[in-house]
Structures are given as structure tokens and as C-alpha cells.
Design a protein around this ligand. Sequence first.
Ligand code: PLP
Length: 373
Amino acid sequence: MINFLDLKKINARYALELKQAAAEVIDSGWYLLGERVKVFEQNLSNYCGVRHAIGVANGLDALRLILRAYIELGTMNEGDEIIVPANTYIATILAITDNRLKPILVEPNINTYNLDIDQIESKITVRTKAIMVVHLYGRVCWSEKLETIAKKYNLKVIEDNAQAIGAQWNGKKTGSLGDAAGFSFYPGKNLGALGDAGAVVTNNDSLAEVVRALGNYGSKVKYTNLYKGLNSRLDEIQAAFLNVKLKYIDQENQIRRQVARFYCDNIKNQQIILPSVSHGSITTDPSHVWHLFVVRHPKRDKLQEYLKAKDINTLIHYPIPPHKQAAYREWNNLTFPVTEKIHNEVLSLPISPVVEKKELTTIVNAINRFNSF
Ligand SMILES: *Cc1c(COP(=O)(O)O)cnc(C)c1O
């Protein structure tokens, strides 16, 4: 059987280092807000080329805390509008509504699946305060035009960088492109902890200070509470694991590019829509770190069942768009045709630093023999 993602195999490669790191934390007697988190924050901010990194409990909290901090700083107020792609994982949207801000959903580009930057300007109103971009599937969503719009309308740009650690635009890493960024280290992400973990990065000193306080009960000095904060901290043991794994992220992302290249070079089935990239340059293109390898097919469910019957496991990212979820029933009558088309047609094939060549060959051969007509 071919797994979609083999986390056991991913972490087994670093088992000795990870066990050593865990043992050190256990023996230290210090489990929160300690040296390992500090070191990870330093490592992550160096890696991204930003002044501040703040470890938090997970990726959703990273995004929630950025917006909460902007509210505490008076940059945003309840009811203000945040432009966000309609085609994203629901966490992006939850971070906005949790802060009583208003998501303004914008369609993606059908080729990149990322927020269509050309549609942003027509959605801006006097209440718009930020654009939240998502580097979906590991592909950078950024352009000079985006920078120009943000400047012209005085908007913050927040990056949801849960899926794209290590990707670059014009030599700058994702996370350093906008005003602030949220990272997820959920085990299945390109940089995965062994449990939940996340981080906020920013070059803004006051934002960093407020995020740090908010994640620790709104407190800078113990038992003195400046804000109605929450408890969202990165565990020492997860930071220790992440310090081990961050060293390998670039080489792992490069293996992902090689897997993507193999798929693009060898999938010949004309009914399959491959990711729109120039095939020859996949392994040298720093703007994509291939968190997911997503193809489209008009009979997606049939393709998934066909592969399943051959013991090849695939997933759908994502089956239901946020505006069609029961959680957002107030939007259920809205239509976003491009977003809905994507959700109906996408299928994610196995991709990871440990997927084997013979597995890839099996997958490609099966796909090339699939005929739904
Ligand atoms: C994973 C993910 C999140 C949330 O991260 P968690 O660590 O699971 O809370 C947010 N946005 C996107 C795009 C994600 O893929």
C-alpha cells in the first residue's frame, strides 16, 4: 500500500537526534518558556530573515494572535475588513472571524490556485485594513502589484505561511515578505513538529511584543496582565524537535521539488491537469516548496476511487470550501465559481521527502492507464 504521507518514516530518519532532544528536555525539568524555545525563535528568525519570531501553540493561533495584536495596537477595529482568498483551508478564515473582523472572500487564479491579485483592488473599501495572502500548497502568492496596492491603500499584508516555509520570492523568504506571518508546524507540514506547534514572525517590534504578551495571558511580567490574553505557547519539547528538523528543511524541500518534477515529466494522461509551472525549472524554482502536489481531473472522485483500488492513497485539499461549510451558513448562498470548481476537481498525490521512486513509478503508471470516458 502507498500511504499519502508516512509521518513515521519521515521522523525515523532523525530518530536518534529527536530522542536525544526529548531526553534533554525531560532531564532539564523546564518545559515551557525556556532556552529551547528561545533558540528556535532565533533559528527561525535567522532562517526567514526577520527580526522577530514568537513560538505559539499552533498555526491557527499564530494568525489569530497577529490580528488580535493589531486590534490591541489600534490598527484594526471590530468589523474591519480583511481580504482573503475564498480558496483556502478554513483556519485562515477562522482567525479573522474569531477576532470579529470581516473576511472579504476573493476568488483564486485558476492556474496558481492562489488569491487572484488582479481582483483585490475592486474589493477594497474604507473599512479594509489588511490582505491575508495564503501561499497555498507551498507556492508563493506575491507580486509587485500586491505591494503597490498595499502601499496605496495603507493595508497590512499578513502571510498565512502554514504551507510554504522555505519558499522564496525575489530572494526573500515567505514570512519576510509582508508585515507579519503565521507558521504552522502541524506534523504533516513541511516543517512538522511531533504534535501541535506554530510561530509568528515579523519585523515590527511593537507587534512582536504584543503577540508575545497575548500568547502568555496578556502578560509581560508574571501576574501583571496588560491584555485579555490567551494561553498559546510553544512547548520546549516541540521547540527541541523543531531545532533538529529546521536544519534539514532546505534539503527536504529540494526532494519535494524532485518528486514534483518526476510527476510532471511522467504523467502523460491528457485528462489530468498538472500544476501550472514550467516543467524544466521545477527543481531550480525557489518560489514553490510543494507542500502538496495537486492535480485536477473532471472526474476526480472516480480517479480517487480507481487509485484507492490499486492501494494508492490520495487526499482532497479541500473537499468543501469555507463559504459552503455549515460553520459559515451565512455565506452558503454565495457563489465563487472558480473556488468551487477547484474544490470539485483537485486531488493531492503522495509527496514527501520519503516517498520512494518505485512508489512514484507505480502511481504514475496507474494514472496514465486511467480512462474515465
Ligand atoms: C495547517 C494550516 C493552518 C493551521 O495550522 P494549525 O497548526 O493546524 O493550526 C492555517 N492555514 C493553512 C493554510 C494551513 O494549511
